[in-house]
Design a protein around this ligand. Structure first.
Ligand code: F6P
Length: 322
């Protein structure tokens, strides 16, 4: 392996730049050429790529987003798109790929590796933390801190007005951000897609809060929750017409900002692991971190198996809402 292409794909996540920097510098360290591919897989299909040296990644470790840009590329789901991408892979004399992204990114990589025998290592980059095989994903810690910071601010105004706030946090179909962010921000209740939604349970929780003398409350709702935050808030409003209720959707602000130190270190370690993994013959795997150690997990496991929420956290959040 002499030349490694790298790309970021899917939703951006804070720490992707730190991962790009680590891959490029690990390549330079090992005497390899790094090639940055722009706009995710789209750049491979359109032949948008350029060589990157160690100095090309200066001053990016602290920046959110991705300097390589990212796309959710539909073309790569098609065999014809992947065939086109392979042509440019060969034309540019690439020997391997490092792809940074989530589920969709790894699914595409798995197919590409299978079809053309291309060595690929993936790095988990998504704020959702919904990837099996790694304790956390690049971007998750930063997003979590953004969520807690935002809810702290909402709490100030909720308390001042004696209001009930429903705060929707991101996470597509998974409740990691909601559950951990909700515990960190001291939510009265946390609604996540992994748990069956029960309106009466929510009413009981609100009643308990009221009886305990709480004058304001925060309910954290994961984006993927059945019905959505506005529908849930509507039903609560119908049941408690006297409550002063507001809804805040945190939205894409959760994806931006400077990466936390934990995300920078994770991205740096995984970036080096990806390059050294490829040199050691790894392929069609994700480089992840489990219990503080680097692990290589087959793409097939990373995309098919579920990263399961710890039920103990649900229990803890219930206890602390007393
Ligand atoms: O996967 C990251 C994520 O931010 C999810 O939490 C969210 O559901 C989705 O991306 C939003 O995607 P988009 O930026 O394409 O609207």
């Amino acid at each position: 392996i002499r030349k490694i292409g790298l790309l970021t794909s899917g939703g951006d996540a804070p720490g992707m730049n730190a991962a790009i920097r680590a891959v490029v510098r690990a390549c330079a360290y090992h005497g390899l050429t790094a090639v940055g591919i722009e706009q995710g897989y789209q750049g491979l299909i359109d032949n948008q790529m350029y060589e990157m040296g160690a100095r090309d990644v200066k001053n990016i470790i602290h920046r959110g987003g991705t300097i390589l840009k990212t796309v959710r590329c539909k073309g790569f789901y098609e065999a014809a798109g992947r065939a086109q991408a392979y042509q440019y892979f060969v034309q540019n004399q690439l020997d391997a790929l490092v792809v940074i992204g989530g589920d969709g990114t790894f699914t595409g990589a798995m197919l590409f590796a299978e079809e053309f025998g291309v060595p690929i290592v993936g790095l988990p980059g998504t704020i959702d933390n919904d990837i099996f095989g790694t304790d956390t994903t690049i971007g998750y810690d930063t997003a979590l801190n953004t969520v807690v910071d935002a809810i702290d601010k909402i709490r100030d105004t909720a308390t001042s007005h004696n209001r009930l706030f429903f705060v929707e946090v991101m996470g597509r179909d998974s409740g990691f951000l909601a559950l951990n962010g909700g515990i960190g921000a001291g939510a009265q209740d946390i609604l996540i897609p992994e748990e069956h939604f029960d309106l009466n349970k929510l009413f009981a929780s609100l009643d308990r809060g009221y009886q305990a003398g709480k004058s304001s409350s925060i309910i954290v709702v994961a984006e993927g929750e059945e019905g959505g935050v506005y529908e849930i808030a509507k039903r609560v409003r119908e049941h408690y017409p006297n409550y002063d209720l507001r809804v805040t959707v945190l939205g894409h602000l959760q994806r931006g900002g400077a990466p936390s130190c934990a995300d920078r270190v994770l991205a740096s370690r995984l970036g080096v692991a990806a390059v050294e993994g490829l040199l050691a013959g790894q392929s069609a795997v994700m480089a992840g971190m489990r219990d503080g150690r680097i692990v290589f997990v087959p793409f097939s496991d990373a995309v098919k198996k579920e990263h399961v929420i710890d039920n103990e956290l649900i229990r803890i959040s219930d206890i602390l809402a007393i």
